[in-house]
Write a protein that binds this ligand. Structure first.
Ligand code: C2O
Ligand code: CU
Ligand code: CU
Length: 516
């Protein structure tokens, strides 16, 4: 234990009396060591509005909506209990897991049933998350509040915290979701045809389950690991002090730290994506995180028939009273359009700076080898079809398809092209991280941010598992399909590739792949 860590541990054990003046414990969601979880219960906490929560049983203590924390190499071994009136799964988004533990929805857990899930955390430090993934029920259950955070730590992560000289409460893991609030109440999930085609949108931000969320931090560096857990809304994240923009630094993306920090003023964060950012409080007393207004370039219109999973007919919705908005009139009156300006959360700076803040480290981490196949091995087309909605390669998803055949330990280049008659799609691959090689045909608000080599955005420089493809854009990704040499990964392994707009996912914008 170095001196700084020793001091921090000492302060923590003395309790809040010794914390810097005015700084309270930051998060409502308590940290829980992943390895301590004995049972993870998925339950409905409010049947009227249909709100749901995770409850972690640590053997003697239960914690609602925990933030799970693991060191790389630690194991998860828990019984997952489904207390919902619908099938569910727990998918660990971003983790390298065998099919049997991935929770991808091939084998949902029936209402009232339980399943033991155990695995090793093999991924780099970063913010990962877990959420339901039973086909046809994903959007409703995530919207109901089932999005949990998993913070993975390793040596790079600890070195960064030490270099930033982070104060005790200046590191936060945050999940941003949007909800529809009317008359002070969160409305139940009741999508109409427009919501199903474009994705369901709320009108207020819920951060770690709270409206108007605010955290107290001490002066100096603040490190925020942020997830977009919205069903469909893209965020253009920025920070402000009053009206003045406050620049920040991108430290990492979905799969961990970048090689070097990137100075930014705004960053796109689509559904399922994560960013790790550092912001310096300077002498400011408050900092507001906002999603800036932007043109999301929705170019697909119409009322495509929504594909409904057959299983939906057998189970009631989570909310007792679903208020179905009028299906003809376009977007529901109480939804904020995609790209609308949205306040997210704020930071209150309390106390005085004890010491001068260090400068950011120049190197953060060594990225995994991006070496790749020499030529394109897979072409993927995202299209809009007026009668079936958004599709991959012209086909609606079929759960029983083997999908694309991929060679185990192979390296592929994927060329993903989005149609000009489309909208942004946040495409997510299970089980494997990838690197963005190049973008072409980027128009609209993302173009101005494409400052890196190959027409890439700063977030493209990191390890990714979810990436937004704008209308008319083509992306080239390098995917390393190496699987761990572990009996748990023996035999053919089925994964999936899908849009993380959850109405698109439930609407069949998904494909399987089988790695053998
Ligand atoms: Cu975060 Cu297949 O999902
Ligand atoms: Cu996933
Ligand atoms: Cu989509």
């Amino acid at each position: 234990m170095n001196r700084r860590r020793f001091l921090a541990a000492g302060l923590a054990s003395l309790g809040s009396a010794c914390a810097p003046a005015g700084v309270r414990t930051a998060a409502a969601s308590p940290d829980v060591a992943l390895a301590d979880v004995r049972r993870l219960m998925v339950e409905r906490s409010d049947p009227i509005a249909g709100r749901c929560r995770y409850l972690a049983d640590l053997g003697g203590r239960q914690v609602a909506q925990p933030i799970l924390v693991a060191r790389r190499g630690e194991r998860f071994n828990a019984l997952i209990e489904n207390r919902l009136p619908q099938p569910t799964t727990v998918h660990f988004h971003g983790l390298t897991l065998p099919e049997a533990q991935d929770g991808a929805g091939f084998a949902p857990i029936a209402p009232g049933a339980a399943r033991r899930v155990q695995f090793e955390v093999r991924n780099r430090s970063g913010l990962y998350w877990f959420h339901p993934h039973a086909h046809g029920f994903t959007a409703e259950q995530v919207q109901a509040g089932l999005a949990g955070l998993l913070v993975v730590k390793d040596e790079d992560d600890a070195a960064l915290d030490a270099a930033l000289d982070l104060a005790q409460h200046n590191r936060l893991a945050l999940a941003i979701a949007d909800v529809r609030v009317a008359a002070g109440e969160i409305r139940p999930y009741a999508p109409d045809a427009h919501d199903c085609l474009h994705g369901w949108l709320g009108n207020r931000a819920l951060v770690n389950g709270r409206l108007d969320a605010a955290w107290d931090v001490a002066p100096g560096w603040v490190r925020l690991q942020i997830l977009n857990a919205c069903n469909a809304r893209g965020l253009l994240l920025a920070f402000r002090d009053g009206e003045a923009p406050v620049p920040f630094h991108l430290l990492g993306t979905d799969g961990g730290l970048l090689a070097a920090p990137q100075a930014l003023e705004r960053v796109f964060l689509y559904g399922g994506e994560r960013v790790d950012v550092a912001i310096h409080t300077g002498t400011r007393q408050t900092l507001a995180a906002v999603s800036l207004e932007f043109d999301p370039r929705h170019h697909a219109h119409g009322e495509a028939a929504h594909h409904r999973h057959a299983a939906r007919a057998s189970y009631a919705p989570l909310a007792a009273a679903t208020i179905c908005a009028d299906a003809q009139g376009g977007m529901a009156a109480d939804a904020l359009p995609d790209g609308g300006a949205l306040p997210l959360f704020s930071l209150r700076v309390a106390g005085s700076a004890a010491r001068p803040a260090p400068s950011l480290p120049e190197r953060l981490s060594q990225l995994p080898d991006g070496a790749t196949a020499q030529s394109v091995t897979r072409r993927v087309r995202l299209d809009f079809e007026p009668h079936s909605g958004f599709v991959i390669d012209g086909m609606a998803y079929r759960m029983d398809e083997p999908g694309w055949p991929v060679s185990r330990d192979g390296r592929e280049v994927w060329e993903i092209k989005n149609s000009p008659i489309s909208m942004p799609h946040a495409m997510h691959l299970h089980g494997f991280a990838f690197r963005v090689l190049r973008r072409q045909g980027t128009f609209g608000p993302a173009r101005a941010l494409a400052t890196a080599f190959g027409g890439r955005l700063p977030t493209d420089l990191g390890v990714k598992d979810t990436v937004v493809v704008w209308p008319n854009e083509t992306l080239w990704l390098a995917v390393d399909f190496t699987l761990p040499r572990d009996p748990a990964f023996g035999g053919p392994q089925r994964f999936m590739f899908h849009c993380h707009n959850l109405e698109h996912e439930d609407g069949m914008m998904m494909r399987n792949l089988t790695v053998a």
